[in-house]
Design a protein around this ligand. Structure first.
Ligand SMILES: *Cc1c(COP(=O)(O)O)cnc(C)c1O
Length: 339
C-alpha cells in the first residue's frame, strides 16, 4: 500500500492503472553481460495499466483527469506529435471514463515512412474513438468547434507536463518505488528515465524530495534523465519548473527543489525528436535480445541506449540502477526501418 504524506494524500486521483504497483524486476542477464559493477533493474511502467498498452501518461492522467471530472468536462482536448503516445493514452483513458476526446496533432518529425502517418498510435487513436483534427489545427479552433456543439472541453497540454497537476503522477510513483524497495530489500541509488516534456522526471524529483523532507529516504537518489528532444539547458529549466510546481501542491516549497536534485543528458537524443538512428536501433535490439523486453524508437530506446553507453564506458561502476520503462512500444510499427 502506498502511503502518501498529507497534503499530497488529499489530492483526488482517478485510478487508471492496475491496482498493484507497476512491476520492478531485476535484469539478471543484462547485469551479467555488462559486468560493469552495477546491478540493473527495470520498472515496468510500460505495462502499468490495462488501457491500450498503458505507459507513463496514464500515470499522470490519474491526477489530471480527476480534475477534468471535477470540473464537469465532457471532452478532453490534447496534442502531441503525430505518433504521440500521450494522445493514445488520453484517448484510452477518455473512453474508460466515458468522455469524448479531440486530438490536434502536430507534424514534429520528418519521416520518409508512409507508415508514420497511419500505423502505431495513429491507428489506435481511431480505434479508440478519438476525433482527430487535421495536423496543425490550433487549440483555439478545436475549442471553438467543440463549444459550438455545446461541449465542455478540458485542455491538456502536450504530455500533460505543463498542466498544474502534471507532475503529481510521478511524485506518487516515487513513493511507489520506495514501497517496492522495502518489499524487495533493495535500495536504488540511480534512477534513469527518458525525458520528453518533463513531468515524468519532474514529478519524480518532487516526490523523492518530499520523501527526503519527511525522513523517508535513506540516501539521496541520483535521478538522471536522457532528453529525447530538448537540449540540456532548456530541458533542465523545464524539469525544474515542473518539479517546483508539483512541489508546491504536495507539501513543499518551490525553493526546496534545485538543479542539484537531478541531471539531464542530451547525448543520446540523436538527430532530433522522433528521428531514429542506428545507435538507438542497436540499443533497442541489445535489450530485446538479452532480456526479451521491447523499448521504443522515440523515448525508451534512446534512454536505454544512454544507460548501455554509460555502463560500457565505465560511468556506472557500482550500485543499483533502476531503469524506468515509460512505454511507447506501440509506435514501433510506424518505424518500419527498424528491422
Ligand atoms: C511521453 C513519453 C516519455 C517522456 O515523458 P515526459 O514526462 O514527457 O518527459 C517517455 N517515454 C515514453 C514512452 C513517452 O511516451
Amino acid at each position: 500500500m502506498i502511503v502518501l504524506p498529507s497534503p499530497f494524500s488529499e489530492i483526488s486521483r482517478v485510478p487508471l492503472m492496475y491496482e498493484r504497483p507497476a512491476d520492478v524486476e531485476i535484469l539478471k542477464r543484462l547485469t551479467t553481460k555488462l559486468s560493469c559493477g552495477a546491478t540493473f533493474w527495470i520498472k515496468r511502467d510500460d505495462s502499468n495499466s490495462g488501457l491500450a498498452g498503458g505507459g507513463n501518461k496514464i500515470r499522470k492522467l490519474e491526477y489530471v483527469l480527476a480534475d477534468a471530472l471535477d470540473q464537469g468536462a465532457d471532452t478532453l482536448v490534447t496534442t502531441g506529435g503525430i505518433q504521440s503516445n500521450h494522445m493514445r493514452q488520453t484517448s484510452a483513458a477518455a473512453a474508460h471514463l466515458g468522455l469524448d476526446v479531440a486530438l490536434y496533432p502536430r507534424d514534429l518529425v520528418p519521416s520518409n515512412e508512409t507508415e508514420y502517418s497511419y500505423a502505431g498510435n495513429v491507428q489506435l487513436n481511431h480505434i479508440l474513438g478519438a476525433e482527430v483534427f487535421p495536423v496543425d489545427t490550433t487549440e483555439d479552433k478545436v475549442v471553438e468547434i467543440l463549444r459550438t456543439r455545446g461541449k465542455q472541453p478540458y485542455l491538456i497540454p502536450s504530455g500533460a507536463s505543463l498542466h498544474p497537476l502534471g507532475g503529481l503522477g510521478y511524485a506518487r510513483a516515487a513513493f511507489e518505488i520506495l514501497e517496492q524497495e522495502k518489499k524487495l530489500d533493495v535500495d536504488f541509488d540511480t534512477i534513469i528515465t527518458a525525458v520528453g516534456s518533463g513531468s515524468t522526471l519532474g514529478g519524480l524529483v518532487a516526490g523523492f524530495k518530499l520523501a527526503e523532507n519527511r525522513g523517508l529516504l535513506s540516501q539521496k537518489k541520483r535521478l538522471l534523465g536522457f532528453s529525447i528532444g530538448y537540449r540540456k539547458a532548456d530541458m533542465t529549466d523545464i524539469v525544474l519548473c515542473i518539479a517546483r510546481t508539483a512541489a508546491t501542491k504536495i507539501g513543499l516549497k518551490a525553493e526546496d527543489i534545485t538543479e542539484d536534485d537531478f541531471e539531464i543528458s542530451d547525448e543520446f537524443l540523436g538527430d532530433a525528436y522522433g528521428v531514429l538512428n542506428t545507435t538507438t536501433m542497436d540499443g533497442i535490439k541489445e535489450l530485446a535480445r538479452i532480456e526479451g523486453i521491447l523499448t521504443d524508437p522515440v523515448y525508451t530506446g534512446k534512454a536505454f541506449t544512454g544507460l548501455l553507453s554509460m555502463a560500457k564506458s565505465g560511468k556506472l561502476t557500482t550500485g543499483t540502477v533502476l531503469f524506468l520503462h515509460t512505454g511507447g512500444q506501440v509506435a514501433m510499427s510506424a518505424y518500419p526501418q527498424m528491422k
